[in-house]
Design a protein around this ligand. Structure first.
Ligand code: AMP
Ligand code: MG
Length: 284
């Protein structure tokens, strides 16, 4: 199944999240059946990341957005752990610090965008500035409503500098969120993930839905597409996201870089060094 086609948000088209079933799983698959496929894509992502790093002429930015407990941390852990830490990083966006808040909203994000050769994952992102900021009325509408165009321009700038941008909205139902909150309560190893605001934010679900629909529909572009990933089933979320990332990286046409040295010349140097070493060993 082509998840890129299936889950991409069409630019300029009205998006209704209610029309997308967060429990769908491509019909035919089970967790067990999906695991080998997920492994295949995760392995391929790691191979392609090695090429990206070796070439250092393009980069990849993956943006993860979702409501609480939808699986942003899970996507990072399951899909990116195969990549070489040298050349890969994850950045989690929290409430802006005083210094960050004193700058424009893209300032802190721009400092973290991938350099050539790098893969960067944003766990939350500058999109919070049209989501949480809008829902909680942290700035007036006159301010946040202008940010969609600014985001599109920012992403165009990154794209023109060789950065591929992929954006995922992990789509869960309120029932699934509540179930995951319960698991966090019941499992001492997960208690630390609970925050007081989880429950107050949950009450704002309709407002968040409206904010997400608006943001996704205004900022899904050919060069920086949004994908709505049905995420009630963690395995399906991992399958869909890993396929989309791996196939996007295939599109980047990554190849081993050309050798920068004269191999014949270096081979001669090697033989000379090996002969000298042998002589040295013979003396000792
Ligand atoms: P978590 O992802 O659970 O670590 O929580 C991070 C928190 O930071 C979330 O409650 C976000 O809504 C909040 N946050 C991230 N970016 C912003 C922002 N630009 N303005 C206000 N709150 C933000
Ligand atoms: Mg949280």
């Amino acid at each position: 199944m082509d998840f890129r086609k299936q889950f991409a948000v069409s630019p300029g088209k009205k998006l209704k999240l209610a029309a997308i079933d967060p429990s769908q799983s491509g019909g035919h698959l089970s967790n067990e059946a999906a695991q080998p496929e997920i492994s295949k894509y995760v392995t391929r992502m790691a191979e392609l990341q090695a090429l990206l790093y070796a070439n250092a002429d393009q980069s990849l930015l993956v943006v993860l957005q979702a409501l609480d407990a939808a699986g942003k941390d899970g996507v990072v852990r399951h899909l990116f752990s195969g990549m070489n830490p040298q050349g890969t990083s994850v950045f989690g966006f929290k409430q802006p610090s005083a210094s960050e808040a004193a700058h424009d909203f893209l300032w802190r994000a721009h400092q973290r965008t991938p350099a050539k050769g790098e893969v960067v994952v944003f766990n939350r992102s500058y999109y919070e500035d049209v989501l949480v900021v809008r829902v909680h009325e942290l700035v007036p509408k006159a301010v946040w409503s202008k940010r969609f165009d600014l985001i599109n321009d920012f992403e165009k700038l990154l794209t023109q500098n060789g950065t591929r941008i992929l954006k995922f909205f992990l789509h869960i139902s309120p029932e699934e969120q509540l179930e995951r909150f319960k698991q966090r309560l019941d499992d001492p190893a997960r208690n630390w993930k609970i925050s007081e605001s989880d429950y107050s934010e949950r009450e704002l679900w309709p407002k968040y839905t409206e904010a997400y629909e608006d943001a996704l529909e205004k900022t899904s572009t050919a060069h920086a597409p949004w994908y709505v990933i049905p995420a009630n089933h963690k395995w399906f979320r991992n399958l869909a996201a890993s396929q989309i990332i791996a196939e996007t990286m295939e599109d980047m046409k990554l190849k081993l870089p050309p050798t920068r040295v004269d191999l014949e010349e270096v081979r001669r140097k090697y033989h000379a060094a090996a002969a000298a070493q042998e002589k040295q060993n013979g003396k000792g």
